[in-house]
Design a protein around this ligand. Structure first.
Ligand SMILES: [Zn+2]
Length: 81
């Protein structure tokens, strides 16, 4: 299937949403306040690179907030003493 990006956008625009998506009623379970859509709820700074971490995306290493990139990229773990 060779549909260009423009054709896809056009198709999405012309097709009713019920045909494009499977619309179902769902109950959201276990979602943190910060994960809900809307404005930024919280922001922290990464203790490794100093990058701003939006909406509770931080991981804690040794009790300090670390961004996902630093958390995944690091080969060591800070020991909390
Ligand atoms: Zn970082």
């Amino acid at each position: 299937q060779c549909e260009t990006r423009e054709e896809m956008v056009k198709r999405f625009r012309e097709t009713p949403p019920e045909e494009l998506f499977n619309v179902e009623k769902v109950r959201i379970v276990g979602l943190k306040e910060a994960q809900k859509p809307g404005a930024l709820h919280t922001s922290t700074f990464c203790s490794v690179c100093g990058e701003k971490i939006a909406d509770d995306q931080q991981v804690y290493r040794g009790g300090k907030p670390v961004c996902k990139a630093c958390a995944i990229g690091s080969y060591y773990e800070v020991i909390d003493e």
